[in-house]
Design a protein around this ligand. Structure first.
Ligand code: ZN
Length: 521
């Protein structure tokens, strides 16, 4: 089929179109006159309203059906005859914590079924899989910068991060010919502030955590530009790799500063609205990407800055001005303080539930939580330059990123074509394991080889999956279980970042039992 200009029409199949990123991707890709969309949507009220809106706007260029990714038949219907498949479906926190079964269906099972459906096509579509920064786990000022290939250590009790890690692995281990994995960072969208002050999840964002945001709009432009460049065969070297999506320098900040800017819109500040011991001190995720320019240089999608984003939000929400009429203490007492009693609030876990697992995961111990206190003058804030040796304003630059680069365990300065068996053996040893395979064709990044982890598990994975994408033993990563205290003891690759926010003496096995209780052994 051709469009009016005589160019070939292409079909882009999508999951997760009703999410914040998905809506932006629909809007942007519809600007390409040669694109038709096929959407797999859950049959909910929100989805039904959206599809009405889209059909009015784009007519029969948007085709849809209701179903669920956990069913292979629905995945087959979605991908059949398509040119691209974009998987944006994800159940994120707090929903992922409330509905673990649904999260599993989408973040793990759904991806596996989608992979099978694509593999089964006589002519496979190209696959873009959206993953997440949550798979890297926690960072602080010791290693604020990260890149693809860094260790994947999802935070304790974060079923979302773990599920997405397992889902991503099924793409890397698949027989899909043409794929790309894009690890999405935290998304800024118009309703972010209001959505966040409704759940205890907001207290998981550590004040001293590095964050590089991206907006929903820019992520939409990114996907559009990938398809547009590919359409004119101007996309050499892009496929079969993993990337980080981030907004770049203008969106690099910290947890503290993000709250401060957000609350600034309603006349407050982080210190007038919150107390230091309300917030977790570790076990979050996010970092500054030293490699987010890779996608930017190819696809030019980053726009504006964080300050402009907040100004836009303020202009769209005139009623925010009304909040300024109230004293900060009143807003804090009315809007934020009640959330300390929410099921997702670390403060509640320590004070009310005395949940040892969650207390230790998010603070180290009850004693460490007690030492934080409520007094801002006694709490060291990184971006106020109160952390000795970690000067925020001077070191937030790419030169520092090169200085605190994590070791991936092989010589990265060699050309990719020079990869040898010795490199694989060296990388395996740095992970506390071995490369079992003895036959290796120089420079072959994508044929699977056999490995053994420090725990004695054997598994197959391509050199790309291990050395470039940062994955390791799939048997050591289990849903509802987080045993990185033990794994890091034998794995220097993990240890180099794990001990930034953990003590060597810690020996916890965090897990969620079948009743959904967060426990520790
Ligand atoms: Zn293992």
């Amino acid at each position: 089929m051709t469009n009016l200009q005589g160019k070939k029409m292409i079909t882009v199949a999508m999951t997760g179109a009703s999410g914040n990123m998905g809506k932006a991707v629909v809007k942007e890709t519809m600007k390409l006159p040669y694109v038709k969309l096929r959407l797999l949507l859950l049959n909910g009220k929100r989805e039904r309203n959206l599809i009405k809106k889209w059909q009015k706007e784009y007519g029969d260029r948007v085709e849809y059906f209701f179903g669920n990714m956990k069913y292979e038949g629905d995945c087959l219907q979605l991908v059949k005859g398509s040119d691209y498949v974009v998987n944006m479906a994800a159940i994120i926190p707090p929903q992922a914590d409330r509905y673990p079964e649904l999260a599993r269906d989408v973040n793990i099972i759904g991806v596996q079924k989608l992979v099978l459906a694509i593999e089964a096509q006589p002519v496979q579509p190209k696959f873009i899989h959206i993953s997440t920064v949550a798979i890297y786990g926690n960072r602080d000022f010791n290693h604020p910068w990260g890149r693809v290939g860094d260790p994947l250590l999802p935070s304790a009790y974060d079923e979302y991060g773990t599920g997405k890690l397992i889902g991503e692995r099924s793409v890397l281990d698949s027989d899909i010919h043409t794929w790309a994995i894009l690890r999405q960072t935290g998304i800024l969208y118009d309703k972010l502030l209001m959505a966040n002050i409704s759940d205890g999840l907001m207290f998981h964002t550590c004040f001293n955590v590095p964050i590089e945001w991206a907006t929903d709009h820019d992520s939409g432009v990114l996907i559009k530009n990938i398809i547009a460049k590919d359409y004119v065969n101007d996309n050499e070297g892009f496929w079969n790799k993993v990337y980080n999506i981030g907004g770049g320098a203008k969106y690099r900040t910290t947890g503290y500063e993000t709250f401060d800017k957000g609350f600034g819109m309603i006349g407050g500040s982080v210190e007038s609205f919150m107390r230091p011991n309300w917030q977790a001190t570790r076990n979050f995720h996010c970092m500054w990407f030293s490699d987010s320019d890779e996608l930017e240089n190819r696809f030019h999608f980053q726009s504006k800055s964080m300050d402009e984003f907040w100004t836009d939000v303020k202009n769209k929400n005139r009623y925010f001005a009304l909040a300024k009429l109230l004293p900060a203490s009143a807003i804090s007492a009315m809007v934020i303080k009640p959330l300390l009693r929410d099921k997702n609030a670390p403060y509640r876990w320590v004070v009310k539930e005395e949940n040892e697992g969650r207390t230790n995961a998010f603070f180290g111990s009850r004693e460490q939580w007690e030492a934080i206190g409520e007094d801002w003058s006694k709490f060291d804030v990184w971006n106020k330059n109160q952390i000795p040796g970690h000067n925020y304003s001077k070191e937030i630059n790419i030169k520092y990123a090169n200085k605190c680069k994590l070791n991936h365990g092989y010589d990265e300065n060699k050309p990719d074509s020079e990869l040898t068996l010795e490199d694989l053996q060296q990388a395996a040893a740095f992970r506390g394991g071995k490369c079992i395979t003895t036959e290796f064709t120089k420079g072959d990044w994508y044929t699977k080889v056999e490995w053994e982890c420090a725990e004695g598990h054997r598994f197959k994975a391509s050199p790309y999956t291990v050395l470039k994408a940062g994955h390791w033993c799939p048997h050591c990563i289990q849903e509802s279980h987080w045993n990185f205290d033990q794994l890091a003891k034998k794995n220097p690759f993990y240890a180099q970042v794990w001990y930034d926010t953990h003590e060597k003496e810690e020996n916890a096995m965090y897990y969620i039992n079948s009743k959904g209780l967060a426990l520790v052994a």
